[in-house]
Design a protein. Structure first.
Length: 441
């Protein structure tokens, strides 16, 4: 566990062992101080100035994570994110700041430099990063580090874990996630990348699409078919997982121009007879799908938390603007047509938050969390979308100006609605798994 996180958690234990009282007072923030801050907020304030610390359902370690991560993020205000977006530059400064204090290994085993905290703490971390105004750009820059390498933790050999996890947690290597393919999309089991054994290597041919951070990553977690579909009894068989070098001299990496999150690249990948050492295969051959599924629920929880953060950031800006903007001689926030949709968004975000944190708790305690992880991600992304849209609308024309940042939030909030799994596929999942209805596709 990193020294910084260890110290923060020790402080949290000390707080927990004291007689209970309002937590914000323990953290040196009086309730009155918090209220005053909300009262005096200005339209250009940093989102992190209003992060609540006194939420009663946060555990002490969650509260500590939120406070420490918010502190780091307060050095990266909205203006920083607007600049990164405009220059299309990867936010290495935030990445390095989080790596320096050990946050990239929040869920990773302490043996390799991680902190071994749960998804409950990681969700708080990702919500806080996004909520600081960094949105999906900030969250996506570190997302893969947080839980993406779970298959390596669970199924890798000791040698692989040492080799791959240590530099990832230290922030020395970045990884990307290579699953989606242009011809098969959500029908992952039919992906067409073929890996054929050739001595001590595999020769890998095919393509991937939408691979985030591939321009900046040194490594890729890649899912490929090792046994043809015709030769397996179930399509989930015959896929293998590799964690290997991503060398742009071997793999053609072409950035996809996209709607938002310009600072964090997304790419098409083409490869032909790409030689991947067999020693880079994770776990048994043909068992890759099971391994990649392992981290899927956790990923949905984290994406849902990131969406929540963006929704709260938008809502906060909307409330500030509605309170300050005067038209027809009074604040626009006095109009119920402005005020009620914002109140409704707060309720939707809070309801989604409760479900996301319920899913995280279930995951950490070893319960099946599929339904809650999927539903939480769905609800959080939809609530965040509505909050972002309403934030733009309540700013009037200024909602369309980059200066107020809400247009950037709105462009980014489509990501958690679309990925890593669509709304429709979540409904399919709930229909089948929860309601027991027949498979519809
Ligand atoms: C910004 C961004 C970053 C991404 N990063 C990564 C990454 O790093 N790594 C990675 O592997 N992937 C990544 N993705 C890919 C993402 O996970 C996919 O876009 C997503 O899974 C949807 O796949 P698709 O785009 O091929 O949609 P398609 O499979 O083509 O589906 C299109 C539409 O049809 C609907 N549909 C399809 N089948 C059904 C059905 N049976 N029932 C109901 N509706 C259906 C879908 O819900 C969707 O609305 C990223 C995507 C985006 C936008």
């Amino acid at each position: 566990m990193s020294k910084a996180i260890h110290q923060a958690l020790r402080a949290s234990w000390w707080l927990a062992s004291r007689p209970r009282g309002p937590r914000c007072r323990d953290l040196g923030l009086s309730n009155a101080g918090l209220e005053n801050r909300v009262f005096y907020r200005s339209a250009h304030s940093r989102a992190t100035e209003y992060l609540q610390m006194h939420d009663p359902d946060l555990t002490d370690s969650q509260r500590t994570v939120r406070e420490a991560v918010a502190k780091i993020c307060s050095d990266f205000p909205d203006e920083y994110w607007a600049k990164q977006e405009e220059s299309k530059k990867f936010p290495t400064q935030l990445y390095d700041a989080l790596a320096k204090d050990g946050w990239l290994g929040i869920c990773m085993p302490s043996k390799y430099g991680g902190s071994e905290l749960g998804i409950s703490e990681a969700a708080i971390m990702m919500q806080t990063i996004s909520e600081s105004g960094g949105g999906m750009t900030a969250a996506s820059s570190v997302h893969m580090n947080i839980f993406g390498l779970e298959p390596v933790v669970k199924f890798g050999s000791e040698e692989q874990r040492e080799k791959y996890l240590v530099p990832l947690i230290a922030g020395k290597e970045r990884a990307c996630f290579g699953v989606t393919e242009p011809n098969t999309g959500l029908d992952t089991l039919r992906l067409q990348t073929r890996a054929v054994r050739d001595g001590d290597d595999y020769l890998v041919t095919g393509s991937k699409i939408w691979i985030s951070t591939a321009q900046n990553a040194q490594k890729i977690l890649l899912l490929a078919r090792t046994t043809p579909l015709e030769e397996v009894t179930k399509p989930s068989q015959g896929l293998s997982l590799f964690y290997t070098d991503l060398d742009p001299k071997v793999v053609e990496i072409t950035e996809i121009p996209k709607m938002g999150r310009a600072a964090v690249d997304t790419n098409m990948l083409f490869y032909n007879d790409w030689r991947i050492p067999a020693s880079d295969r994770i776990g048994a051959e043909n068992e890759g799908f099971k391994m990649i599924m392992h981290g899927m629920n956790a990923e949905r929880i984290l994406i849902g938390a990131e969406a929540l953060g963006l929704g709260y950031a938008a809502l906060r800006r909307a409330a500030v603007y509605a309170g300050e903007r005067t038209v027809f001689g009074r604040s626009i926030g006095k109009n119920q047509a402005i005020q009620h949709p914002l109140a409704d968004s707060w309720m939707q975000l809070e309801a989604a938050r409760l479900m996301i944190y319920q899913a995280a708790k279930m995951y950490d305690q070893g319960y099946q969390a599929g339904e809650y992880a999927n539903a939480g991600k769905y609800l959080a992304a939809e609530a965040a979308f509505r909050a972002c849209e309403r934030a733009v609308m309540c700013h009037g024309g200024m909602g369309y100006a980059k200066e107020y940042h809400v247009e950037r939030y709105l462009r980014e909030v489509f990501i958690p609605r679309l990925a890593p799994v669509s709304r429709e596929m979540i409904c399919n999942y709930i229909g089948e798994r929860v309601l027991g209805l027949p498979k519809s596709y």
